[in-house]
Design a protein around this ligand. Structure first.
Ligand code: C2E
Ligand code: CA
Ligand code: CA
Length: 765
């Protein structure tokens, strides 16, 4: 078992305190006993002095007694009186001094009568000398009674003296011993202190050596660990950082100084605090290995991820001395993971949920609606002819259009609803509703926003969208059915000429299967010669004479019957089959022109060009080679191009138009007014005719605003030396108004519907 520095210091301090206490106690007791002894010595000395004095007084009494017996001189009497007085006082003094000594008191009791007898003896001698003379007095002395008494007194005094001297000797011995004790105490004190100092020094030295050794080890460790990519930290069992390698500094942004002595949680995110690490260290201390993914936070606040392992570092005896933490920065990996998670649920281009998240959301919305008897609207919207935006402007612009569409859609949805990207140009969203009628303004608003012009890379793109809507619960009970039916409604909206919305209706299923069947049949229509071309006359507005015609394709299938071009042209466009079919139409028309040219005065025929054809790289070559093939005068051929082409890439459109003009054909802008081009566009286009859209003609007689607009178009066309063609003239009134407005040519049921070639031929005669 090893002790910590703290424990050692405590032990040494305790030892020091014990030694000091013992020394102090001994010294105290010694001093107390010395003081007590000093107090005892004083009366002993005094007693001995008094006893000595008594002895000498006795001697004096002896000598003065003999002197007076011999000489009879009065001086001896005086001397004797002094001595006897002294000896009496000494008696009193000694009694007082030895009051506690009962033996002495007994002796004094014996002494007193003896001294009195001795003094009486001297009195007797004095009386004899005065009365009977020298001889009698001397004889009295020689009898020895006085000497006997004196010796008895002396013997008692000697006893007392001996006893007192014995006491003194005892005291001296005590003093000597006490002296030794003091020395012993001092010596013990000194030795103890020295021992403590030595032990403390040894401990300090050992700790220093250990510290140096650890430091050295850490230096070596640090040197090798600083070149390691992993983050390494060594911490005390209590969780205080003792060492970190450079990778910790580099990754966390904290310096070594900032981290030393702190807790590991310093570079942990709020996810894991001090308590978490406390538990981790506790487990590690008990010998467990910690391994886990931990979110870290840099000094800058940026989050990162670590795969961390913490293990105990044990000494030879198995005690946990340190904890080592080794961690790999797995932020990159984590980012990839979260990116993958993100990609699984989100569309990376538009940053909105993808189809699978949309389905998930729809499922949870359905579950919610089911509980609360709620209703849901599932909307799928699709950019019309998105493929062409890509073809015309390139993918970069296409991407921008998609992004903007996602943004606009997200922004236009009510709060709490999110848009999802379901496919390349397909978006979806879900809302709740009270009444179906409430959805129409929402749809209208969203469609308006989505069809706003998008500025992308300097291009102005005007997208149109179609939308299909299915409602829960009436149109489907689950996500799958609702999405399918919204898709069907969308197809229906597209079939209706796009840029519109459709609510799902039960019969659509049948229609949609019709659409599928139609697509299937359309595939082989050309090969099976199911197409024909009809001709709708162009009439001079003032003379009503046929001055040309528009070629309109017809598709008649044995099973499906006659199908409107509005239904199948979009499908041909979407499948790119329009290129082939368009070429077939042109050839058919040219063949017809050639044929009629042999018998009748030539009238020009207008052929519709789809946007796809217009964009097709070989359009110009194709037109040129067909004209050559039939040896036609190109001025009898008119090509109708819809206005939307010009709103998209005017310079490209212009260059193609110029090339076509170069061949010698005439050009018409079809459906003028429906697109977003302004009248001023016309100035820049090398075209010959402007076809005013049917929607204006329909209202030209009812709405004064439309009348003035049509007037403006016509006068503008004339100022640019273009002919104005009105399409869809159905009534006499329309004809009259248009004639008044100086429109050049009219086409419409008022004059004639589209006719078969044979029927049209009648007009040529
Ligand atoms: P469009 O180019 O605007 O053709 C005029 C359409 O209006 C024709 O419909 C025509 O029958 C119809 N129409 C003519 N007079 C009247 C009228 O007085 N009242 C009404 N309500 N409609 C009238 P159709 O033949 O169904 O063609 C529809 C569209 O299909 C055409 O519209 C055109 O965009 C396209 N299309 C037709 N034939 C071809 C073709 O050969 N090639 C291409 N690319 N598109 C074609
Ligand atoms: Ca047309
Ligand atoms: Ca038209």
């Amino acid at each position: 078992m090893r002790y910590t520095v703290k424990q050692k210091i405590t032990a040494v301090t305790l030892l020091g305190l014990i030694v000091l206490a013992a020394g102090g106690m001994t010294s105290y007791r010694t001093v107390v006993s010395l003081l007590a002894a000093a107090e005892l010595r004083e009366p002993v000395y005094k007693t001995l002095a008094v006893l000595k004095d008594m002895r000498s007084q006795l001697m004096d009494i002896d000598t003065t007694e003999r002197g007076f017996a011999v000489t009879g001189k009065a001086a001896h009497i005086e001397q004797y009186a002094g001595a006897s007085e002294m000896i009496r006082r000494d008696m009193d003094a000694i009694r007082a001094l030895t009051a506690k000594n009962q033996l002495h008191q007994l002796r004094l009791d014996l002494l007193r009568p003896l001294i009195h007898q001795r003094l009486d003896f001297t009195e007797t001698v004095i009386d004899l000398r005065r009365g009977k003379g020298r001889k009698v007095a001397e004889q009295q002395i020689l009898k020895g009674e006085g000497i006997l008494l004196r010796d008895k007194v002396r013997s008692i005094l000697s006893d007392m003296e001996r006893e007192e001297k014995l006491k003194l000797a005892q005291w001296e011995r005590t003093m000597r011993i006490a002296g030794y004790n003091v020395w012993y105490a001092l010596a013990a004190f000194a030795i103890g202190t020295l021992a403590i100092v030595i032990i403390a020094l040894i401990i300090i030295l050992r700790e220093f050596v250990r510290f140096r050794r650890t430091e050295h080890m850490l230096q070596r460790l640090s040197f090798s660990l600083d070149n390691v990519k992993d983050l390494v930290a060594i911490i005390t069992p209590k969780g205080k950082i003792e060492y970190i390698n450079s990778a910790v500094e580099n990754t966390t942004g904290y310096t070594r100084q900032e981290l030393m002595g702190k807790g590991r949680e310093v570079w942990g995110s709020g996810q894991y605090g001090r308590r978490f690490f406390k538990q981790v260290w506790e487990n590690v201390r008990q010998g467990q290995l910690f391994q886990g993914e931990i979110e870290g936070e840099k000094k800058s606040g940026e989050l990162f991820h670590l795969n961390e392992v913490a293990a105990p570092l044990k000494d030879r005896k198995g005690n946990v001395k340190r904890i080592i933490c080794v961690a790999q920065d797995i932020s990159h990996q984590k980012n990839i993971e979260s990116r993958l998670d993100y990609l699984a649920a989100y569309d990376p281009l538009t940053d909105i949920p993808n189809r699978s998240l949309f389905i998930e959301k729809l499922q949870s919305e359905i579950a919610k609606a089911k509980q609360g008897n709620g209703t849901l609207g599932v909307f799928i919207t699709d950019l019309d002819r998105f493929k062409f935006i890509n073809d015309i402007y390139g993918f970069e612009v296409g991407d921008i259009v998609l992004k903007r569409t996602a943004e606009k859609l997200s922004a236009s949805l009510p709060k709490g609803y999110v848009a999802a990207r379901l496919g390349s140009d397909e978006f979806g969203f879900i809302t709740t509703f009270q009444q179906q009628a409430d959805l129409v303004p929402l749809v209208q608003r969203i469609m308006d926003i989505l069809t706003e012009t998008v500025n992308a890379n300097g291009e102005e793109v005007v997208p149109t969208v179609s939308m299909g809507i299915a409602l829960y619960p009436q149109d489907g009970e689950d996500a799958h059915a609702l999405i399918k039916n919204a898709d069907i409604a969308l197809s229906r909206a597209k079939a209706q000429g796009r840029n519109t919305h459709q609510f799902y209706a039960e019969d659509m299923n049948a229609n949609i299967s019709k659409l599928v069947i139609m697509e299937k049949h359309l595939f082989s229509a050309l090969k099976n010669q199911e197409y024909t071309v009809n001709y709708q006359p162009y009439c001079d507005l003032s003379t009503k004479k046929v001055v040309g015609s528009e070629a309109l394709i017809r598709w008649k299938n044995d099973k499906l019957g006659l199908i409107s071009p509005s239904m199948f042209i979009p499908i041909l466009e979407d499948t790119n089959k329009i290129i082939e079919v368009g070429e077939w139409t042109l050839k058919t028309v040219c063949r017809q022109l050639k044929e009629w040219g042999r018998s009748y005065a030539p009238v020009p025929i207008a052929v519709n060009l789809s946007m796809i054809q217009f964009r097709h790289a070989h359009l110009v070559d194709m037109v040129e080679s067909v004209i050559k093939e039939f040896d036609l005068n190109p001025k009898h051929l008119i090509l109708e191009i819809t206005e939307s082409i010009f709103t998209q890439d005017i310079s490209f459109a212009t260059s193609i138009l110029k090339k076509l003009k170069g061949i010698g054909v005439s050009l018409s802008v079809d459906d003028f007014g429906t697109g977003y081009s302004s009248l001023s566009y016309l100035k820049r286009l090398p075209v010959d005719n402007v076809k005013i859209d049917i929607s204006f003609i329909r209202e030209v007689t009812v709405d004064p605003d439309v009348t003035s607009l049509v007037t403006a178009i016509i006068s503008m066309a004339h100022s640019l030396r273009l002919r104005a063609i009105a399409e869809g003239v159905e009534t006499e009134e329309q004809w009259k108004v248009l004639r008044l407005l100086k429109c050049d040519i009219a086409q419409g049921y008022y004059f004639s519907p589209a006719l078969s070639a044979q029927e049209f031929e009648k007009h040529l005669r």
